[in-house]
Design a protein around this ligand. Sequence first.
Ligand SMILES: Cc1cc2nc3c(=O)[nH]c(=O)nc-3n(C[C@H](O)[C@H](O)[C@H](O)COP(=O)(O)OP(=O)(O)OC[C@H]3O[C@@H](n4cnc5c(N)ncnc54)[C@H](O)[C@@H]3O)c2cc1C
Length: 393
Amino acid sequence: MSGTVRVVVVGGGYAGVMAANRLLARRSGGVGVPAPVDVVLVDPAPRFTERIRLHAVAAGARASAGRDWADVLHPRVRRVTARAVRLDTATRHVLLDDGARVPYDHAVLAVGSGARAGALHSVTDTAGAERTRAAIADLAPGEAVTVAGAGPTGLEVACAVAVARPDLSVTVVDPAGPPAGEPAVARRLARLRVDVVAGTVDPTTGAVTAVDGRTRAASPVTVWTVGFTVPGLAADSGLPVAPDGRLLVDETLTVPGHDHLVGAGDAVVVDSPRGAHLRMSCAAAIPLGAHAADTVLARVAGVPPRPLDVGFAALCLDLGAGHGHVRFVGRDDAPRPWAVRGRPAGWVKEGICRATVSWLAAEARRPGRYRTPVPGPAVPGASAPGPSVAADA
Ligand SMILES: Cc1cc2nc3c(=O)[nH]c(=O)nc-3n(C[C@H](O)[C@H](O)[C@H](O)COP(=O)(O)OP(=O)(O)OC[C@H]3O[C@@H](n4cnc5c(N)ncnc54)[C@H](O)[C@@H]3O)c2cc1C
């Protein structure tokens, strides 16, 4: 191949930034890339967002989760500040909301996830977290905040709000009640006087119905942390999507029938046993972004792309004021019988949050460097994986 290869990365979150930086590596899996690669990153945001810190922003415990793009992005990645509205796969152009069309030889879709549309508050993006913070700041002592969902994000939101505003009454509502099998988390919630109700929250009104039938009017602030949605870009572009709108990709992260298109991060479903265990997470998004870049570079080099080989190591929670909870998991994300609790877990969690940005920055300084030693779970009947790019915690 001769001439410059044009790659457009759509979405500059953890997956997109990792992919954009890594695309500037001149080698992939030991194979030299024969042509220079020009990388354009399309994202409407003025700064990179550390999404995993947005619960702290919403609680008022942290001023911002924004980082300058220069902190995480290779200087040779050209940034276009716009939203992609469609991919024209026939002519290979990304169409932007300002009317511009960006041509590509290969494209990486990494548009992440967001909150469902509705009247309730959210923490899934900077604007949502800032609106939530403003609403909580307006509450008088004794007023109530309801958090819908006792998943990791819901628990982090509840603890952050309870620590920042101990004068408020904080309730977490989840059909399953308190987090099962995690008594240390339940103790931490109790210590922070966070109430946990087994029940459901009406996604439109915020009214609560407990499993015992009792109802409760909506709180002045309800934060919805259940069931993230994904942008409609893949569906609007006529690409194959799962029922929830996520882009379907194969075990190399390629869109079936579109060898010049790959996807990574929250916005994709890996339609293969190699991806069956992956949940929407920063822990998966970073290695998926790296793998997406490797697949593009392999195609440019004219060699077959490797199948994905990504596993998990732990699930880490920020439980406020330096406390945390780290549950070790298998590579397939199944819980193991060990956990770290309290302040030591808080240090681990903070270390991992910092590490995510450090990995992106390190890849910007030396593309091709990112490697972690957590391969994915064994997949019966699958071909042997190559060297692994694996997940953080
Ligand atoms: C409060 C909170 C705490 C969390 N804590 C953890 C945690 O502890 N551990 C963990 O593993 N995960 C955590 N997560 C989940 C994690 O943040 C996401 O899974 C991760 O951000 C996904 O990365 P991504 O690159 O796929 O997408 P994102 O980080 O969401 O980035 C997507 C990017 O795409 C851009 N974009 C969107 N649409 C378009 C478009 N049409 N055109 C161009 N650009 C577009 C957006 O502006 C954004 O910059 C947390 C999430 C939240 C909200």
